[in-house]
Design a protein around this ligand. Structure first.
Ligand code: NAP
Length: 274
């Protein structure tokens, strides 16, 4: 039996176990997905221990995504983002680390037939989810404006994107007040702050939203956040956070197993719990 797992703290309410176990059931795979809550100082030992025990793959979530980078061989995207959420133990030597939150953003938009190349994107936030979204969009040849409450973090993210693409003008930054002027001209909008999680608040002024936007909210509790509701009311294409969550899991499953993930079964298991 293959064992996969999730390292985080807390992980009690994680939707990853039912989502991955639905995939094993759909494909008739003999595998289990279990959760672990190591102490913050024990992250390296936990990853080494998992490898020693023959665990096939790990997801990593809050608060370990950034620190996990030091304990794996990250691919180029994870290294640029500065965070790892998927660890693969296949092969000998150091485990490999990926950031499938970024691919989750790209594939969530693709699922809704939203084109990224050449589009103007606004990312709200500058934490882990925002870094993943911003690099996913920039790598897909969108230009990115980062708006964050703490402006210095937005500037640091925009600088990192420009450094990575080697193109100035591909990324700009500002405070949340820049949303009022940047969103009306944007094609794509991603909320990657926690604003709207289990509360009826939006980080984006409703008047800035419009019908030519595609809006992804990383928040998935509730599924339709205030931002998505106000965007839908103005005719925008809306993509809820469960699509991002689904596709980060799909990408992890495919990296670990080398098989196409049973996306519908995983989606059904996820949405049944939201
Ligand atoms: P994080 O690293 O802690 O970043 C939090 C971000 O939210 C920062 O930009 C922070 O701004 C901003 N923020 C927090 N409270 C705010 C407020 N009251 N007003 C304005 N901005 C505020 O967290 P994260 O890991 O990036 O996660 C962000 C959200 O994305 C969470 O809701 C998380 O559940 C969700 N997420 C979803 C998925 C998915 O698959 N759907 C994946 C990852 C994360 P400052 O920099 O100013 O503090």
């Amino acid at each position: 039996m293959d064992v996969y797992g999730l390292l985080g703290n807390p992980v009690g309410h994680s939707l990853s176990p039912p989502m991955h176990e639905a995939a094993y059931d759909a494909l008739g795979t003999d595998a289990r997905y279990v959760t672990f809550e190591p102490a913050p100082d024990d992250l390296g030992a936990a990853i080494e221990g998992a490898q020693a025990l023959g665990i096939a793959g790990l997801n990593v979530t809050i608060p370990f995504k950034e620190n996990a980078l030091a304990h794996v061989e990250p691919d180029d995207l994870a290294a640029r983002i500065g965070a790892v959420n998927t660890v693969d133990f296949a092969g000998d030597g150091r485990p490999r680390g990926y950031n499938t939150d970024a691919t989750g953003v790209r594939r969530a938009f693709a699922h809704h037939d939203v084109t990224l190349a050449g589009r103007d994107a606004v990312v709200v936030g500058a934490g882990g989810a925002a870094r993943a979204a911003a690099f996913a969009l920039a790598d897909a040849s969108a230009s990115v404006h980062v708006a964050n409450r703490t402006v210095s973090r937005a500037e640091a993210l925009a600088d990192d994107i420009e450094g990575a693409t080697g193109e100035s003008e591909r990324a700009t930054a500002g405070g949340l007040e820049t949303l009022e002027t940047r969103v009306p001209d944007a094609d794509l909008l991603v909320n990657a702050t926690s604003v709207g999680m289990e509360e009826d608040r939006s980080p984006v002024p409703a008047d800035a939203l419009h019908g030519d936007l595609a809006v992804l909210d990383a928040v998935y509790r509730p599924l339709e956040t205030r931002l998505l509701r106000e965007a839908r009311e103005r005719g925008a294409t809306t993509v809820d956070g469960a699509w991002m969550l689904l596709y980060q899991g799909v990408e992890a499953f495919e990296r670990w197993t080398g098989r196409d993930a049973p996306v519908d079964a995983m989606n059904e298991a996820l949405r049944a719990r939201l």
